[in-house]
Design a binder for this molecule. Structure first.
Ligand SMILES: Nc1nc2c(ncn2[C@@H]2O[C@H](COP(=O)(O)OP(=O)(O)OP(=O)(O)O)[C@@H](O)[C@H]2O)c(=O)[nH]1
Ligand SMILES: [Mg+2]
Ligand SMILES: [Zn+2]
Length: 274
């Protein structure tokens, strides 16, 4: 089937290769464990890739039985992920599993569980699929740091009793951004909104005149931590995502020679049209 959505990352190794983790997803569950695995920066990074995928991201905070105040963590995560649903689950107490089934595991929908090793992706899928005959393998995490043991080693698609298709994926050691399909801007909607009001369409939000982002930072309307997180991911994306993979970009950059011969106009700053 043609790919409608795809969750990609840069394959590990030195070469610039796209690894498509899963395609045609309706929902991508970004799973974290509420044990020592919890890492808000990682969630933010996964969120950018999930927004780029075209599927709807949902953040799953699993192992709530191991956390004294999951609601407090939920609030922290909601602030990192405006507009994204945050679910609190536990395969041990079955908390949140009904919501997962009744809202997302619907007939004809395709879901994938993504996250680092040991967060409980396979355990959650086993709970959804409820097939005691053939459960997906799971294994205990390391005591001292809650690190998983990379138990799932291949991607696998299973069906729930309701008719949803669920993809289990191996735990990711790292997620390097691949695409640049607007996922970063979607993950930081308040910055996107502000940037639309900057005078220059390609404003770098540093010292440009008429920069709405700088004004919002100065007034405290925009949190500096949010802007810095955005800036780091943007720099990574700009450094790693070659121009030709950015949306609307030319397949190859016009050469300096072609430019200087006047065949291709020099790129110049454009005023935003009102
Ligand atoms: N306390 C607690 N343990 C859980 C929960 N969910 C999963 N676990 C345990 O966490 C360990 C890792 O679970 P897995 O399902 O294998 O994790 P995974 O994300 O699939 O890991 P990889 O396949 O290595 O990527 C297992 O020992 C599970 O029993 C939970 O909600 N609470
Ligand atoms: Mg697994
Ligand atoms: Zn600006």
């Amino acid at each position: 089937m043609p790919r409608r959505t795809k969750f990609s990352r840069r394959a590990s190794g030195s070469e610039e290769i796209e690894q498509i983790v899963a395609a045609n997803l309706d929902t991508v569950f970004l799973v974290s464990g509420l044990d020592r695995n919890f890492n808000p920066k990682r969630i933010q990074r996964f969120l950018v890739a999930a927004h780029d995928s075209g599927a709807t991201p949902v953040i799953v905070l699993n192992k709530s039985d191991l956390c004294d105040d999951a609601e407090e963590v939920r609030q922290e995560v909601e602030a990192l992920a405006p507009g994204v649903a945050v679910l609190i689950t536990s395969t041990a107490t079955r908390k949140g599993l009904k919501a997962l089934t009744s809202t997302y595991a619907l007939a004809g929908k395709t879901l994938a569980f993504i996250g680092s090793s040991g967060v409980g992706k396979s355990s959650l899928i086993n709970a959804l699929v409820r097939d005691p005959e053939a459960p997906l393998p799971t294994a205990e995490v390391r005591e001292k740091d809650s690190k998983g043991r990379h138990t799932t080693t291949r991607r696998e698609l299973v069906q729930t009793p309701s008719g949803a298709l669920v993809i289990d994926t191996p735990g990711m050691r790292e997620l390097q951004l691949w695409g640049a399909d607007g996922g970063l801007e979607e993950a930081f909607p308040e910055i996107r909104e502000l940037a639309l009001r900057c005078r220059f369409t390609d404003c770098g939000h540093t010292n440009e005149p008429g920069c709405a982002v700088s004004v919002a930072l100065a007034s405290g309307e925009l949190q500096r931590a949010r802007f810095e997180a955005f800036g780091k991911l943007k720099a990574e994306q700009d450094a790693k995502v070659p121009r030709e993979r950015r949306p609307g970009a030319l397949a190859s950059k016009p050469s300096w020679k072609a430019k200087s011969e006047g065949k291709i106009p020099f790129r110049h700053r454009q005023w935003r049209e009102d």
